[in-house]
Write a protein that binds this ligand. Structure first.
Ligand code: ATP
Length: 288
């Protein structure tokens, strides 16, 4: 069996008396896209900061690529890529200079800045000062910077937040390509559609605790009710929508009688979204 990319054992973190992370345990497998989902203030950023050695847990253990991140912080950081929400780039330097500076910092000798910038759709702006970039452009530059050292694990905090749909989709494609290259990806988001599309497994974090962890498919099977939505036409020509719960003993009879007694116009099945399941488990949504 291949080793895990990340092992987290019962970690805790507090900011003064704010208990932000309250004892969480999980593993991220090699080449896995692991989605970390939760609403604002749930503890996502605090967790990602602990995993990348920017802050140390007050309790518990974290092993990244087989190393204790609190003891081998520099060695871990040289082998991971990190792209955070807040843009800590050098504004008075060009995009290429920012990448080069970062490469020097981690002793990366060989990398193709132009290729990386083209990958995040910044070609043509390589030599421009970062101060002239929009927020979305800076975010894409952060991602290019995270890829300079061909990281074995990529940590992305809300990578598509605030981007236009085309840029967001491009970032999602890069994430999938990185996994193909062999990287594991740890992704925090409160966009459940994104997490659903990309993640092999997702963890739901709520008030500093993991409240569910599984593949989106299994979570939906376990918590979500599948529905059949049927649109029928009444005698007076009006449309009426009926919902039938799937996987129940009476489902087949309900469908049969609907077809026998009414004029069916459309029929389609619908499964619960991760958002529905999050609400079911925690009593609150992922946004707001
Ligand atoms: P968001 O999606 O808004 O970034 P999050 O899930 O990343 O939220 P965290 O930023 O980890 O959440 O915050 C977890 C808790 O810790 C919140 O109650 C937050 O107010 C608190 N917190 C975070 N950073 C600090 C800090 N530097 N000082 C004090 N409290 C903090």
């Amino acid at each position: 069996m291949s080793p895990d990319a990340i092992n987290v054992d019962n970690i805790e973190f507090s900011y003064g008396n704010v208990h932000a992370v309250k004892g969480i345990t999980f593993d991220v497998k090699e080449k896995e896209i692991f989605g970390f989902l939760g609403p604002n203030g749930a503890g996502k950023s605090t967790t990602i900061k602990m995993l990348t050695g920017q802050i140390f847990p007050k309790k518990g253990k974290i092993s990244v690529l087989g190393m204790d991140v609190t003891k081998k912080t520099g060695r871990v950081q040289a082998r991971i890529g990190v792209s955070f929400e807040q843009t800590n780039l050098y504004e008075q330097m060009s995009a290429v200079e920012n990448l080069k500076l970062f490469a020097d910092l981690f002793g990366v000798k060989k990398f193709d800045a132009d290729k990386l910038l083209a990958m995040v759709d910044l070609h043509g702006r390589n030599r421009d000062h970062v101060s002239t970039f929009s927020k979305g452009m800076k975010q894409r530059l952060m991602l290019a910077r995270a890829l300079v050292n061909q990281p074995e694990i990529l940590f992305l905090d809300e990578p598509t937040e605030g981007l236009d749909p085309v840029s967001a989709d491009n970032i999602r494609k890069i994430i999938l390509k990185e996994r193909e290259r062999g990287a594991a990806v740890f992704l925090t988001t409160h966009d459940m559609m994104e997490a659903d599309k990309l993640s092999d497994r997702v963890a739901f974090i709520h008030e500093g605790k993991i409240v569910a962890l599984d593949s989106p498919y299994h979570l939906k099977q376990k918590f979500g009710k599948r529905l059949i939505k049927v649109e029928t036409e009444t005698a007076s020509g009006e449309l009426k929508e009926t919902e039938i719960t799937m996987d129940e003993p009476y489902t087949a009879d309900d469908v049969r009688s609907l077809f026998a007694e009414e004029k069916v116009i459309t029929i389609h099945s619908e499964e619960a979204s991760l958002e529905d399941i999050f609400i079911q488990i925690t009593g609150r949504g992922l946004t707001g």
